[in-house]
Design a protein around this ligand. Sequence first.
Ligand code: SF4
Length: 331
Amino acid sequence: MVKTSNNLEFDLEYIFKIINKQNPDKIGLQFPEGLKRQSFNIASLIEDHTGKDVIISGDPCFGACDIDYYLLSTVDIMFHFGHSTMNIEDNSTVYFIECQSNIDLTNVVKKAIPELKGKKIGIITTVQHTGKIQSAVKILESHGFEVILGTGDSRIKYPGQVLGCNFSVTDSSQCDEYLYVGSGNFHPIGVYLSKGKRVIIADPFMDEIRIVDPFKTMKQRYIVIAKCHDAIDFGIIVSKKGGQKRDKLATKLKKLAKNHNKNAYIIYMDLITPEQLLNFKVDAFINTACPRIAIDDVGNYQSPILTPIEFEILLGERNWDDLALDEIRGD
Ligand code: SF4
């Protein structure tokens, strides 16, 4: 196991085994932003041990949805760090090297117990804590809770695992409320809005408990929809990234716009930033790429960015009560 500076671990022996078996000439490495600082160290370990050439992707990488296909076309195999597979890649050329957190979950989960009001608790988490999530299950069970770790769709590898764009593990679970073990608020807010149930956050990094309050996010989204009230011209953003590309949805939205006497133009992009959109003069954008773009960077774009669900609400095709975060679902 190799430990990174941010309390993550990954299995270097597994990487060596694959290289021995596949005997590639050139190896690509791809890292999310949080691991890029370790990239030279990891590349040196691989080169020194195997004698193979390693090339590192320098482009931003946001998830397993975001494979550097250009690099992949110039190497024999690629190791993609920090994410679990979404089952959309050829398994013999792209290997996902998950990085598991070595942070202990015991304390923070015990701290969450007084905040739990239901009997049936759905546990949700991100990939880096899936290796230790059974310890959270045992703690809750020992306190008399019924614990559910739901199974997700094909984009999800582990029971209880959520992505910023996929809460499918909550579909099958008949829970009273959810306990999210992890950092950040985006995933638990998404689950709250998707299921309409309380979500308690047990954050092992901050060692604190937070109760999800989606009010700010919902208010922001209502404001964005309201701003588009008189919009006529829409740019529909489609991502070139393999796991974010929803061109069929974009075509459907374009037809819908036409039916409502709106103009809509489909725009293909790789990296979506405020600068990249600046010269497209439309009243609003509809984002079919990573659902986080419309939410996380809401104030940074010159024109409002709607999710597909919000566009349907704007057109009166869906009720305001049905507002939920956008998701990209697998099979
Ligand atoms: S689409 Fe967005 S939320 Fe989903 S995996 Fe990719 S980067 Fe993460």
